[in-house]
Ligand binder design. Structure first.
Ligand code: TYD
Length: 215
């Protein structure tokens, strides 16, 4: 561990994705702390945002079922467009390490389960429609749906209940696994049945190796 600020010449974008209860939010927080302790200039972002009018609308209405699937997809996309312009792109241009808790892969994995749209089409709309920057690595924290559901429902009223149903989570997980096989992004599949410390160690090593090799 060092307190010296590390200067890197380009920004990096790392994304953590996974079903509800996969542990990505806890893993993200631990990773941000470890990377900051190492002297990296880290920006921690999450979607949906708490900042844009669209993110706020999702957070208020989605958990109580007040949005149609179409409205939800539209709001996630508008929120992301705001996020890219105001937070993601500026941080990358300043050469920061951006660590995201969910990104457009979540729209593909989740919204395709309630809309007549394939995840490939949702990803395409994010890439072509709002020019979403491509991450350096997308980490998929993989757990069986039963484990995710157990962990998520053990928490107090946090997660989106609409999606905390087993059949939905099974499909969401399958979508993420299909992306790892078929999408053009760079993925790392992480076994998130392991302890949080193991998961964080594994991701930390991959992130730091990637930064060192590319600067
Ligand atoms: P999550 O990160 O699981 O929040 P928390 O840790 O507070 O439970 O995300 C909340 C929900 O948002 C989750 O059920 C997935 C959903 N979501 C989508 O359906 N599409 C998206 O594009 C994004 C970013 C999130």
């Amino acid at each position: 561990m060092s307190n010296e600020t590390k200067i890197i010449t380009k920004g990096f974008l790392f994304v953590l994705e996974g079903i509800d209860g996969s542990g990505k939010t806890c893993a993200c927080k631990d990773l941000v702390k470890r990377l900051q302790d190492d002297g990296y200039d880290v920006v921690h972002l999450r979607e949906p945002t708490k900042e844009s009018q669209w993110g706020k609308e999702i957070r208020a209405k989605s958990p109580v079922g007040e949005l149609t699937p179409e409205e939800e997809l539209e709001l996630y996309t508008r929120d992301r467009e705001w996020h890219i312009a105001n937070r993601i792109q500026p941080a990358l241009e300043e050469g920061k390490v951006v660590l995201m808790d969910r990104y457009f892969f979540a729209s593909g994995a989740y919204q395709s389960t309630v809309l007549d749209l394939h995840w490939k089409e949702i990803l395409r709309r994010n890439r072509e429609g709002i020019s979403a920057p491509e991450p350096d690595i997308v980490f998929i924290l993989d757990v069986p749906a039963e484990i995710g559901l157990e962990r998520a429902t053990g928490r107090t009223g946090k997660a989106n209940l609409q999606f905390e149903k087993l059949d939905r989570l099974i499909k969401v997980r399958q979508n993420y696994l299909e992306m790892v096989e078929n999408d053009s992004a760079t993925f790392e599949l992480i076994d998130a049945k392991n302890s949080l410390d193991q998961v964080v160690d594994e991701i930390y090593d991959i992130i730091t190796d990637t930064i060192i090799l590319n600067t």
